[in-house]
Design a binder for this molecule. Structure first.
Ligand SMILES: Cc1ncc(C[n+]2csc(CCOP(=O)(O)OP(=O)(O)O)c2C)c(N)n1
Ligand SMILES: [Mg+2]
Length: 365
């Protein structure tokens, strides 16, 4: 795909596929027989839909970064470099399933059918988003996206509750959520997992190990192995290359099938890397957290570039097909960004509505 020197991480600007990394990417798609069978059964339109999801997620972030640089917004939380963890997982779900995305998984919103302009509106604080301009943690239950709150970890018990409700109602639906490596430090994550286990709720819990939480290297906060943690809970665990959308898709499909059959929760441990900062404001400081070689290593494992190269090398997809798809998404995102910006003239929140939807106990009672 096109690269955007002003808005992308340095490793992505002159990105070219590396034969050794491509071989590694392909090997991952054949290593596990069950996953390989699922990947092998994907049709070209299904593969292109995965590519489309990755490109849309990347271009969404490029637009946000552009707004930051233009001073439209002060900062943005990006998922660039981690797109495959979200896009692969969403592709493995049925429309009636629900997801609980954290900020790194914003692409789950539009992947599940929310309008891109609404996602941008949340950043601009205009009233045409589900929170009426109050919060950028958005979702839409009508699209099967449970809006998160800022508190990390709390989505696990919430999504366990959704999964348990499905089970009690006898519905063959699954709830999936993503939890960052750092967020596993919260009690809520473990209470949620334990409840899902004891009730055999159809929950798929993705641990998105991007190896850092705010400014803390993961090896300092949790030197252990998340897969062993899941194992200690007696949960089936799938280890995934989080930068390989095919691996993520196939592992999630296996996990979802297990949960949907009534066999209880499953953990997926997706290893990836946060190429940027916690948000755009600390990108420079984030560069000091790891040696340059670590950024180079993960930069070469760009989930979009490697999938694109794989599609051409292993599925004979023409570069012109990919370029046409990309141009369509680019136009769609530009239009959504324009629409969202235009709404600032007509959809500013009214000051007198500030207490709407705010609940508190009256001090007089
Ligand atoms: C309960 C709670 N504690 C602390 C925070 C502040 N906080 C926001 S993001 C974050 C780190 C999250 O790291 P991780 O779970 O690894 O996700 P990542 O940002 O790497 O995707 C922290 C501590 C919070 N939002 N909620
Ligand atoms: Mg993290």
């Amino acid at each position: 795909m096109k690269r955007y020197p002003a808005f992308e991480f340095p490793e992505y600007v002159d990105w070219r596929p590396d034969p050794a990394v491509q071989a590694e990417f392909h090997a991952r798609t054949t290593a596990d027989p069950q996953r390989a069978a699922l990947i092998g059964s994907l049709t070209t339109p299904q593969l292109l839909a995965l590519y489309e999801g990755l490109v849309r997620a990347r271009l969404h972030d490029v637009s946000l970064k552009r707004w930051v640089k233009q001073g439209v917004i002060t900062k943005a939380w990006l998922g660039s470099g981690e797109e495959a963890v979200t896009i692969g997982a969403c592709a493995a779900l049925e429309p009636a399933d629900v997801v609980g995305p954290m900020i790194r998984n914003a692409s789950a919103c539009f992947q599940r059918g929310m309008r891109m302009a609404e996602c941008f509106a949340a950043y601009l604080g205009t009233t045409d988003s589900i929170t009426g301009g109050r919060d950028l943690h958005i979702g839409d239950p009508a699209c099967g996206v449970i809006p998160p709150i800022s508190h990390i970890g709390d989505l696990v018990p919430v999504m366990t509750g959704c999964a348990l409700a499905f089970k009690l109602r006898g519905e063959a639906r699954v709830a999936l959520t993503w939890t960052g490596d750092g967020s596993t430090a919260t009690g809520a994550v473990h209470e949620g997992l334990r409840t899902a286990l004891s009730t055999r709720a159809p929950l798929v819990a993705v641990i998105q190990d991007n190896q850092v939480a705010l400014g803390t290297d993961r090896t300092c906060s949790f030197p252990g192995d998340f897969a062993q943690l899941g194992g200690a809970y007696g949960m089936p665990v799938h280890r995934v290359d989080g930068n390989n959308v095919l691996d993520m898709f196939a592992a999630t499909r296996l996990a979802v099938d297990h949960a949907r059959r009534g066999d209880g929760p499953v953990m997926i441990v997706a290893r990836t890397f946060r190429m940027g900062g916690h948000a755009t404001h600390d990108e420079r400081e984030a560069r000091d957290l790891f040696p340059a070689e670590v950024f180079a290593y993960w930069g070469q494992r760009d989930p979009v570039g490697n999938f694109e190269a794989w599609l051409q090398a292993h599925r004979g997809v023409e570069a012109s097909t990919l370029a046409a798809l990309e141009a369509r998404i680019e136009a769609e995102i530009d239009e959504a960004a324009r629409d969202a910006l235009a709404k600032r003239a007509t959809h500013e929140p009214l000051p007198e509505t500030v207490t709407h939807g705010v609940y508190a106990a009256s001090p007089e009672r």
